[in-house]
Design a protein around this ligand. Structure first.
Ligand code: NAG
Length: 329
């Protein structure tokens, strides 16, 4: 396994040096097979040359902030292996790479990518969620050879969508533990959490893992044994760990908080502005924050601080400030 690991990581050195060169300096379009149509990456480049679009300016600033924060906070890093890129989905027809972060509209992005390839007669809403999530329904960058990976990283528009880290965490908890229908998660993780963190648990809780408290869920995340056993489940793994934003060059950083606008920005670059992103109406920002605040109010300042440390990179890289309801000092 080691040999294979060395073989596959070597060409990735090239990838690293590529990433540090400025977005503007890359040879554009040399590998684009889309014919007359300009690639999404070229479209973004054009927008950047002509900074009359306020939305393009927002995205330029997000990119700059990400790059600056990365160079400030990350030191020597291990090399990426193809399997580290499992979350990066590939659309060769449109020249797109999308890194999916669960709990950040990823079902709808997968639907949109499938619709772009003609599934559901081009209507994302016609594609059932289980189809969007079916393994292999969209190719992953991890399935390609290093040379093929590098070729795509150079020429394709690369994007991800992120979300305020604690709101994402609260959403994962509600979705996987606090609602009755996530039995698979409750059996797999819930029973483990109850067994480990609830002395004197009742037999039904031990067997079903159906009534995990938020504090217990956080205790599980902060328990060093958890990550020694296996990586975090993708629903609560940090976006930074899933998508390697300091190693790959992301052209667009979309945000859940401005999902509809940011999705339309990407679809414009793809030349598919007729396709409307299936963004459900957003609840008011204040309501979302209150919901998270209510979950965190019973958590001790000690846990709050450690949890903030755990998710710190996601806060910093994507310009989220520490929520005001936290008691960090
Ligand atoms: C970062 O967040 C602050 C506060 O919300 C905002 O004013 C600023 O424009 C953001 N910067 C970037 C680059 O997104």
């Amino acid at each position: 396994a080691l040999h294979q690991c060395c073989d596959t990581t070597l060409p990735m050195v090239t990838l690293l040096s590529l990433c540090s060169t400025a977005f503007e300096n890359r040879a554009l379009g040399s590998i684009w097979f889309g014919g007359e149509r300009r690639s999404p990456l070229q479209m973004l480049y054009d927008l950047d040359q002509n900074p009359s679009s306020p939305l393009a300016e927002v995205h330029r600033q997000r990119r700059d902030l990400l790059r600056r924060t990365c160079s400030r906070l990350t030191r020597r890093q291990h090399l990426l292996r193809p399997e580290d890129l499992r979350h990066v989905l590939v659309d060769d027809a449109h020249g797109l790479l999308y890194c999916y972060v669960p709990k950040v509209a990823c079902t709808n992005w997968k639907r949109v990518l499938l619709a772009l390839s003609g599934r559901g007669r081009g209507d994302p809403r016609a594609i059932p969620a289980h189809e969007a999530h079916a393994p292999g329904s969209l190719p992953s960058l991890a399935d390609f050879s290093p040379a093929e990976i590098n070729r795509r990283l150079r020429a394709y528009l690369t994007f991800l969508f992120v979300r305020e880290p604690f709101e994402r965490l609260a959403s994962a908890y509600r979705n996987k533990f606090a609602r009755p229908y996530s039995e698979a998660f409750q059996r797999r993780y819930g029973t483990r959490i109850v067994r480990r963190l609830r002395p004197g648990a009742r037999p039904d809780a031990l067997a079903q893992g159906h009534d995990v408290h938020f504090a217990e869920f956080l205790g599980y995340l902060l328990d060093p044994r958890t990550r020694r056993e296996e990586p975090f489940n993708e629903h609560w793994e940090r976006a930074h760990t899933l998508c390697h934003p300091c190693r790959l060059r992301y052209d667009v950083v979309g945000k859940f908080e401005t999902l509809a606008e940011d999705a339309a920005f990407v679809l414009d670059l793809v030349g598919e502005s007729g396709l409307s992103f299936p963004a459900p109406p957003r609840p008011k920002a204040a309501a979302v924050r209150d919901q998270a605040a209510r979950l965190f109010q019973d958590i001790s300042p000690f846990y709050q601080r450690r949890l903030f440390d755990l998710y710190r990179m996601d806060f910093l890289l994507f310009n989220y400030s520490a929520p005001s309801y936290l008691r960090l000092r």
